[in-house]
Design a protein around this ligand. Structure first.
Ligand SMILES: [Zn+2]
Ligand SMILES: [Zn+2]
Length: 341
């Protein structure tokens, strides 16, 4: 048997239960969970903001998982007992037009670990063998776990969608779990990085991660950006907040032809576009969803090479998951919170 922490009722603490350890199918592996990161999306699930058919109660969440393989299915090759790795969250169909054209992150039939499929708030997790992205031994599970969402999601947005390049000005909105890694990735691309947040402590950490310019979001941001860029604006905005309050100043901070990538989102929120400004400025606004598997593998390499530093602010033992979720909810944590098992 294994311990699992499940959601049985919305807006209530998770509930400890004993469940049978899953048996891996012929193309699957069984992972002993060693660490699992917590994400704002976990809070959305608990609050009932991601309803059925995606989330059905009782629900087993947890999608930022690192662990060790303890059993493999009969048809599995390339993964063996004792391998360590992290879990690529999206299980795609391999058959739809999106999968066939290399866009598994928007697969029409996607199922996700910790959403439609059971997640890592349990001692063991059964996954398709192809979902395991291995990393070298010697790296801490609690650091590596957050790569599968907090780091790789920022990487996809910056590398594949904003296509940030050397000499550009990039604005990162929100120095939280994703933004702090976004700063490091944009710096790796050779950009000047402007970070906007309302928390002084978050801006201090942004500086540590390599941010060039820090702005308090209560300032007149488009005016500040104008001053910093000789009146042009930034080449790209990475919106890790995605609420009307920040979009109202982040979009007008773009230079003509610039790109705003929306990574953060708020369920049920709509943002009105100034269509004339969109027309005159040829602004690009792109939604960004998770990452491709090859991007996650690139992120693992960059961390192994010391070029990206996973930013974990706090760890909690798995048993204290409700306490950890409360800290995340209160916005008291800088960087990612990770459970250790
Ligand atoms: Zn997440
Ligand atoms: Zn598909």
């Amino acid at each position: 048997m294994m311990k699992a922490m499940i959601l049985t009722e919305y807006n209530r603490p998770l509930h400890a239960v004993q469940m049978a350890i899953p048996e891996p199918g012929e193309d699957e592996v069984l992972v002993r969970v060693k660490a699992c990161g917590l994400c704002q999306t976990d809070l959305k699930i608990i609050r009932g903001e991601i309803p059925a058919p995606i989330i059905n109660l009782p629900h087993l969440s947890g999608h930022e998982v690192a662990g060790e393989v303890v059993a493999v299915g009969t048809r599995v090759s390339g993964v063996k007992v004792g391998d360590i790795g992290l879990v690529y969250i999206y299980v795609s169909c391999h058959c739809c037009e999106y999968c066939l054209t290399g866009r598994q992150n928007i697969c029409a039939n996607v199922r996700r670990i910790g959403f439609e499929l059971p997640g890592g708030f349990a001692e063991y997790l059964r996954i398709p063998a192809a979902s395991l992205c291995k990393f070298k031994k010697g790296f801490a599970f609690q650091q590596m776990a957050i790569l599968s969402d907090a780091v790789a999601t920022a990487y996809h947005a910056i590398m594949s969608l904003a296509r940030v390049s050397a000499g550009q000005d990039v604005m990162i909105v929100g120095a939280g779990g994703l933004g702090l890694h976004g700063i490091q990735i944009a710096k790796l691309c050779g950009a000047r990085v402007i970070v906007v947040d309302k928390e002084p402590a978050a801006l201090d950490l942004a500086k540590e991660m390599g941010a060039d310019v820090l702005l308090d979001q209560r300032l007149n941001i488009p005016q500040e950006v104008n001053r910093l860029t000789n009146g042009y604006g930034v080449d790209a905005v990475l919106e890790f907040v995605g609420r009307n309050e920040s979009l109202s100043w982040s979009l007008p901070s773009l230079k003509r032809g610039g790109t705003l990538v929306l990574v953060g989102y708020a369920p049920q929120q709509r943002f009105p576009l100034d269509t004339m400004a969109m027309h005159y400025n040829e602004w690009h606004v792109i939604g960004s969803r998770y990452c491709h598997k090859h991007e996650l593998i690139q992120v693992i390499r960059l961390v192994e090479e010391g070029k990206i530093k996973p930013c974990v602010s706090k760890t909690f033992p798995f048993d204290d998951i409700n306490e950890a979720l409360a800290v995340l909810q209160n916005g008291k944590a800088l960087g990612r919170i990770v459970l250790t098992y």
